[in-house]
Design a protein around this ligand. Structure first.
Ligand SMILES: Cc1cc2nc3c(=O)[nH]c(=O)nc-3n(C[C@H](O)[C@H](O)[C@H](O)COP(=O)(O)OP(=O)(O)OC[C@H]3O[C@@H](n4cnc5c(N)ncnc54)[C@H](O)[C@@H]3O)c2cc1C
Length: 507
């Protein structure tokens, strides 16, 4: 029986990052992955907009190996023509009036400034009440200073705006429905909120804390596609000595008198380690894998109440020709295309989801990955990836009959924006949240492994009873998107958790 300093459960990108940082510190690390490939839900993603530079440099990954040109966002509108955002989240705007461009610039500047203030809290452990470290106080002080430095009005505006809904902010700065629709969509993607839901602006702040190529709010697709990120993280972890085993689902976490001792695989094999870093959903970790006697009733109940039902579906199409989206140039087809015509469009797509139904006119973002990597499609053809909101996890009629109807609704929308596209489809795959749950071992199929709403953030992530990567079981730590700061391809939960483990105990 081999033993390790630490076992990482899950080779999603956060598990690989945690493995890399721990192995770099000289620990003997084993990563156990249930499926037959690394990367987890990275394989669903199609845009990078928040991979942390601290993760890339901390693991000594050559940033050029992951670089890609900044991609524009094109907000589609077959009647008025598209709005195009270039640079980092619309540094340059095309397709709107000069007055609208000015309104956008003012709003963009303010939101990026506010997001930069919040960003300070992402790459570190969230503060714990009763356990506030000196560095937390310094951060809080610097946050206040950062705001005041920008002027008293900015501090006041931040206090006013932070918990508002994105629709009201859009109405304050913008008149163009296409731009309003875009920020309404971006603020709510992967979250069970509509643009008029209180606090929905937080989702947009979260997005704008991300960056690409040093550009806040930027986005790109790396050479080699999303898989290149997982592969770079794997190489980094292996370079530092970590071992990775695929097809090795963990069935149980072993513990003795409140301290972890190892894991048991589904096969019955036992592997020992004093430290377990669980980079899978926190609820699975604590309610399924940990011994029931180790988790008290209060914690078990609060975990049961973590909201984690996904809303995003993923459609992949193979097309026998490159689709023509009305008003979009061949060069811009390489960007992110967004179908969200207005705030009302996004809100009315959300409304049925509250009652277990989907809209006949869903909102979505689309990429054509084969235009950046032609090996992905047959010659002359294309692949299309769409992330479609809102696909309620608990569809009232059931997804067995609902899925073909939802696919038909999505294709109807696509046909309106890219006439002729339906006839060129040679294969399609639609994954709705229960499919994502099953294929990616993600309860609820949720983007963030748990709603990223104000009551499930910071010291309440995943829940107040377990946050800051610790658990009541000594030696067991949490490291997935379900921990602070949340989901998306950032690597931050994995990096923060690994640093916390290293600060805690000599493994
Ligand atoms: C439809 C959809 C589209 C998305 N698109 C984007 C996007 O374009 N850009 C973006 O930044 N983010 C996107 N996201 C979000 C992003 O994919 C996730 O937030 C992120 O991948 C989570 O990473 P993770 O490492 O924390 O967990 P995961 O990626 O879920 O990895 C967990 C790993 O653990 C494994 N595992 C689970 N249980 C066990 C077990 N018992 N034993 C061993 N292994 C186990 C799983 O198989 C998996 O490999 C999208 C999410 C969804 C649902």
């Amino acid at each position: 029986m081999t033993s390790f300093d630490a076992i990482i459960i899950g080779a999603g990108h956060n598990g690989l990052v945690a493995a890399g940082f721990l192995a770099k510190a000289g620990k003997k690390i084993l990563v156990l992955e249930a499926s037959d490939r690394i990367g987890g839900a990275i394989n669903l993603a199609h845009i990078v907009n928040r991979l942390s530079p601290a993760v890339v440099s901390g693991l000594a990954i050559d940033p050029n190996s992951l670089a890609g040109e900044l991609l524009p966002t094109i907000v589609l509108d077959p009647d008025k023509g598209p709005v195009i955002l270039r640079g980092g989240y619309g540094e340059i705007l095309e397709g709107v009036t000069a007055a609208e461009a000015q309104g956008w610039a003012g709003m963009r500047k303010k939101l990026l400034m506010q997001a930069a203030v919040l960003k300070r809290f992402l790459a570190k452990r969230p503060p714990r009440p009763g356990d506030i470290a000196f560095s937390d106080m310094v951060d809080l002080g610097l946050t206040g200073l950062g705001l005041i430095r920008n002027g008293r009005d900015e501090a006041r505006d931040f206090a006013r705006m932070a918990l508002m809904n994105v629709a009201d902010i859009a109405d304050e700065y913008l008149t163009d429905d296409r731009l309003k629709g875009l920020i309404a969509f971006d603020a709510t993607l992967g979250i069970h909120l509509g643009p008029r839901s209180p606090t929905s602006l937080l989702g947009l702040y979260y997005r704008l804390t991300g960056e690409a190529n040093g550009s806040p709010g930027g986005q790109f697709l790396p050479k080699g596609g999303m898989a290149a990120i997982a592969s770079a993280l794997e190489k980094a972890a292996v370079k530092y000595g970590a071992q990775i085993r695929l097809d090795a689902p963990v069935a149980r976490i072993l513990s003795e008198r409140g301290r972890t001792t190892g894991v048991v695989l589904n096969s019955g094999e036992e592997i020992l380690a004093p430290v377990i870093v669980s980079a899978i959903h926190p609820v699975t970790t604590l309610r399924k894998l940990a011994a029931p006697g180790e988790i008290d009733t209060h914690l078990s109940t609060s975990l049961k109440h973590v909201r984690t039902k996904g809303d995003a579906a993923k459609l992949t199409l193979t097309l026998d020709k490159i689709p023509a989206f009305t008003g979009v140039s061949a060069a811009d087809l390489k960007g992110r295309l967004v179908i969200a015509r207005s705030i009302a469009h996004v809100e009315s797509a959300f409304n049925p989801a509250k009652y277990g139904a989907f809209s006949p006119d869903p909102v979505m973002e689309i990429t054509l990955p084969s235009l950046l990597d032609p090996s992905l499609a047959p010659s002359g053809g294309a692949t299309l990836s769409a992330i479609v909101q809102y696909a309620p996890y608990d569809l009232r009629e059931g997804w067995a009959t609902g899925k073909p109807k939802f696919l038909a609704a999505i294709m109807d929308v696509l046909e309106r924006y890219a006439p002729g596209i339906s006839a060129s489809v040679t294969s399609s795959e639609l994954l709705v949240p229960p499919d994502i749950e099953a294929r990616y071992n993600m309860p609820g199929g949720h983007w963030h492994h748990g709603e990223l709403q104000v009551d499930q953030m910071l010291l309440n992530r995943p829940t107040f009873a377990v946050s800051g990567y610790d658990t009541p079981l000594a030696g067991l730590y949490l490291a997935s998107a379900g921990s602070h700061p949340g989901g998306g391809i950032s690597g931050l939960p994995g990096m923060n958790a690994a640093k916390h483990v290293l600060s805690r105990r000599p493994a």
